[in-house]
Write a protein that binds this ligand. Structure first.
Ligand code: TXA
Ligand code: MG
Length: 337
């Protein structure tokens, strides 16, 4: 399935396919989504089958505007309306108590539902034309890197979708920030470009950040996620310096590096990508650059860690999942060989 230009005819066709219970890949400002009619359980099941995703992992429902919230959620707190008013359309997902009409297939059997109004003209046009909610996880196979361009969707799920709408490269490039408002206190379930501080400013209270090992049913919080196929290792700028001095990696490996602070002028690496200094530019490019490195048939990828400050939270969160092992593990692995 080749991506198609998202003109009006294609948007109408996408809405028709959704009405027929088919799958349509759609651009959003964060990443591409694999969409289906959120009120059609059979269509929603097709999403799980296409991705190879376990059925108990809940999906985000995309809605056209905040007024539609009452069709999908109940007991909506005032702060949900405030966040929606301030940040929608935009890269924020809000978890609320689900409306009885929301199929259990969408929520993975839970009594809460994740909702978001995406900020991309193509998905908004499809939502308007379709008139319902679109359940859409990222349009990648389970545990793989999220697609930020239509060609990535083709690569991941080309034979499993009924249509891929091309809306260009996703501006944000990282999945939405998820805030859970279904409990006593607002909780940050997944960091994104929209920061904790910006959300707290609207909430007027602190966002609780659950511990990583807390038992929460959120696949985005699973350890292995967003991963390239090639082994990837995170390393500090100091470790990159040590490697460049040449006394660590005696073994011959075909190596790539996604560097940040360090300028790489060394033939030690077969593939070098220098990432931008600005956090939004970095996030915008991250997944497509990891994908590019993954295509370069390398033995391993080194990822130089960017700053550890709050604005970098979402980027570091994704890097830790993509490049889980630190260099120490890598070295011990080499000596095992
Ligand atoms: O930016 C995004 O959010 C993209 C675009 C397509 O909108 N979507 C996305 O979907 O990243 P997905 O399925 O890859 O991730 C959805 C996340 C998962 O971490 C899931 O566990 C969480 O949303 N989620 C969905 N429903 C939930 C619920 N009821 N309670 C808690 N977390 C929920
Ligand atoms: Mg995903």
């Amino acid at each position: 399935m080749k991506p198609v230009t998202a003109d009006q005819a294609a948007i109408n066709q996408a809405a028709d396919l959704l009405r027929q219970g088919r799958l349509v890949a759609l651009p959003t400002e964060t990443v591409y989504g694999l969409g289906a009619d959120a009120k059609n359980p059979e269509a929603v099941k097709r999403i799980f089958a296409a991705k190879g995703r376990p059925a108990d992992h809940p999906l985000i429902v995309h809605i056209p505007d905040k007024a539609a919230l009452t069709d999908w959620a109940i007991e909506i707190p005032e702060i949900a309306w405030k966040l929606a008013e301030r940040f929608w359309p935009g890269p924020l997902t809000i978890v609320l108590k689900k409306h009885p009409d929301v199929p259990m297939e969408v929520t993975g059997g839970q009594n809460t539902v994740a909702l978001r109004v995406p900020n991309h003209p193509v998905v908004l046009a499809v939502l308007t034309e379709f008139g319902g909610g679109i359940a859409a996880p990222s349009a990648n196979r389970f545990c793989r890197i999220s697609p930020t361009q239509a060609s990535h969707v083709e690569e991941e799920l080309g034979d499993k979708v009924d249509m891929i709408l091309d809306g260009g490269a996703c501006e944000v490039g990282l999945e939405s920030t998820i805030v859970d408002l279904s409990g006593d206190q607002p909780r940050l379930l997944r960091p994104g470009q929209l920061s904790k501080t910006e959300i707290e400013a609207v909430l007027g209270s602190a966002l609780i950040v659950p511990e990583a090992d807390e038992e929460i049913h959120v696949p985005g919080r699973k350890d292995v996620h967003y991963s390239p196929k090639t082994q990837a290792f995170l390393c500090t700028p100091e470790q990159v310096q040590v490697i460049l001095r040449g006394n660590v990696l005696q073994h011959r490996h075909k190596m790539g590096i996604l560097s940040y602070a360090t300028e790489i002028n060394s033939n030690l690496f077969d593939y070098v990508i220098q990432m931008p200094k600005n956090v939004n530019d970095y996030g915008h490019l991250l997944y497509s650059k990891l994908r590019e490195l993954d295509h370069a048939e390398l033995d391993l990828i080194l990822v130089e860690q960017p700053p550890q400050t709050e604005v970098w939270l979402a980027v570091n969160n994704r890097l830790q999942k993509a490049a889980k092992q630190y260099l120490e593990d890598f070295q011990s692995r080499l000596t095992d060989k």
